[in-house]
Write a protein that binds this ligand. Structure first.
Ligand code: MN
Length: 242
């Protein structure tokens, strides 16, 4: 699909590419050599991917849990990328670490290590295959996420998700609302009401690209990206290059 909207992303692994491409997106892979904001010229959406932990100093923590692994170069680059996406209200899908980046950029904080912080927490680092669900989440009625997954069983609006994280949102950033929580109370998804499309998920929907589970998330990003492209001034000007 050559005319699909252009989604900017960084630190991409193959499953992310496959999930985006199946939804009809083109991908611009960014690296720290791609200078922002110019690297976003012509882009219609941003997807932030999973990876190492955000430096706790960036949300004001004075101590770092021993399990925390950081990448300062990645933090610097992705914080700038997330900030631009939020300021411009570009369609934004943020996955795992990406969701944590968005929350911190917008003023929230993180739980540094779930097993240490929450007695009785579920196992959020599943042992099984990446593309198998391991715990449910309850979806907030009326949320964007609920709209994307309208199936409910017996009034319980739940999704079964995979889980490959040891951190999560602690204090949610101002302007965001919780879209889903796990039974132990961990915030598993959040969104920014009033945005074109701005959703963070703590699980890894890209790992399901073969089965198509959770493709709704990538389809929604690409749909929002198409609408964003239609409204961009540089695409209305037929003389402008893309
Ligand atoms: Mn989880």
């Amino acid at each position: 699909m050559t005319d699909g909207p252009l989604v900017a992303s960084a630190w991409l692994k193959p499953d992310y590419r496959s999930a985006l491409e199946r939804a009809g997106a083109r991908i611009r892979e960014l690296t720290p050599l791609a200078v922002l904001p110019d690297a976003l010229d012509g882009c219609d959406a941003v997807m932030l991917t999973g990876g190492v932990d955000v430096d706790p100093a960036l949300y004001g923590a004075t101590e770092r849990h021993p399990s925390v692994q950081i990448d300062p170069e990645r933090d610097t680059y992705e914080f700038a990328l997330a900030r631009l996406a939020l300021e411009r209200d570009m369609p934004l899908l943020a996955i795992c670490r990406g969701a944590q980046v968005v929350n911190v950029v917008a003023g929230g904080t993180l739980i540094q290590d779930i097993p240490s912080a929450l007695a009785g927490a579920l196992e959020h680092r599943q042992a099984g295959a990446k593309d198998q669900p391991s715990h449910p989440v309850r979806v907030t009625e009326g949320s964007c996420l609920a709209h994307l997954f309208p199936n409910t069983a017996g009034g319980e609006h739940a999704l079964d998700v995979n889980s490959r994280h040891h951190q999560s949102v602690d204090r949610l950033a101002p302007g965001f609302v919780v879209s889903a929580t796990s039974p132990d109370g961990i915030i598993e998804a959040f969104e920014r009401p009033g945005s074109r499309f701005c959703l963070g998920v703590q699980w890894h929907p890209e790992n399901f690209w073969r089965s198509g589970s959770f493709r709704e998330l990538f389809d929604a990003l690409v749909d929002a990206a198409r609408r964003y492209r239609a409204g961009r001034s540089d695409t209305k000007d037929t003389t402008a290059s893309t």
